[in-house]
Design a protein around this ligand. Sequence first.
Ligand code: FRU
Length: 489
Amino acid sequence: MKLQKVKKYTRIEEVSQQEIDLLVSRVNNCSWRQTFHIQPVSGLLNDPNGFCFYAGEYHLFYQWHPLGPFHGLKYWYHTKSKDLVNWENVGIAIEPNSYFDSHGVYSGSAIEHDGKLYLFYTGNTRDEKLDRHPHQCIAVMDNEGTILKLNESVFDHVPEGYTEHFRDPKVWKEGEQFYAVIGAQTTDQTGCVGLLSSPDLFEWKFEGEVQTQLGDFGFMWECPDYFVLGDQGVLILSPQGVLPEGDRYQNIYQAGYVLGEEIDLQKKEMTHGNFEELDRGFDFYAPQTMEDPNGRRILVGWMGLPEVEYPSDVNGWAHCLTVPRELTVRNGKLRQTPIPELESLRKTKAEVSGFITNEVKTYDKFSGAAYELVCEFERQDAAIYGVEFRASGEEKTVIQYDATQEKVILDRTASGEEVAIAYGTERKYQLDGEKIKFHLFVDSSSVEIFVNDGEAVFTSRIFPSAESKEIRFFATNGSVNFKAVKWDY
Ligand code: FRU
């Protein structure tokens, strides 16, 4: 079968090795292949799944459609790491080859129990009319990495009052009981989170919906995650159908959290503050967290969005995951900071400092396509100041502070190949920027910018030409004092 003719539900073994090799070589020839991010060997990656530490290693699975850059028959792909930085591709973890997951091994999570790793996921099935029937399923991995599915699903229906959009269980243990939050949609088409419970991970009961104060907030909530951080409950969700509001909710779909009291498991209720977006950039969705052996809460997100075409599609692949970030609570909000382990990627260091006044400045050694850059600015009287990167000629991606608007602005208008321009080419975040720190992780086709130590994060794909490597510091209508440090990766 020719790959060009691959249909949505084609299985990997229906395609010849030669065709797959051709696809992989097309992928490998793409100049946007990442250098330090998790990306698929071919086809499409989406949600991170089953993120955990088990048997001495970190495991991170993801949603994978191997045969092309579209949302077809999904597999779980397995990667593992000893340090959260260098990841080894292990291979396919769970295949869609059972009656309960025939049309896709959808998202889910992992938990260790009795020395084994339990992978709790949604099996997507479709009937002759292509109507969905989700099952919740368990596969068990041993410490040698062998994964076996149970013979049947552990929850084979949708509770009354909810539609077939019932998926993505995130499991945790409290006392002797296992619980899972699950993404759901009520029959009146509003998004919500369901609560499942189990004494043993095999028998699951639907407890009901977790009552929140979000009300009518989109038509579907995907990939919920729940955990306690310090003494606060955190519920992460990816709602679909939330409309733009000022600078917020600019992407097709959102990913964010509410912070508050722990979920009352008896009342199935959470008291919490406002919904906050986790990211202010263009490409971030369906994140998942885990607690590492040191008690850190670590998050990885999908650096992409559903229903959006990306320039690398023509090269036979799409998407990657973000770098791991540690979550902490500060001033009633979640902060994300890149994990310190990433420092092991640092190679040659360059430093510069000084004033920039009504000009654009470049410096020796300040250029590249994959690097870490920390820039600290202290405003004198400049109206706008910041950094242009992955630049050459007219091409550039810009992170800047606009003192008149009092906003940080990420501008990808001139970043290279266009992405989702119907949703705009700028993202903004209100902030007092007399002093500001931009911490950038730049890779061949992405940037993650931590502003003021993670007060806001802008995560975005960019598709510049390979030659666009300049870094330019600038200030308009006045001057700014700055220092910058860069490490090649
Ligand atoms: C989120 C999502 C999940 C689903 C998976 C399928 O991106 O739609 O709800 O389980 O992707 O790949």
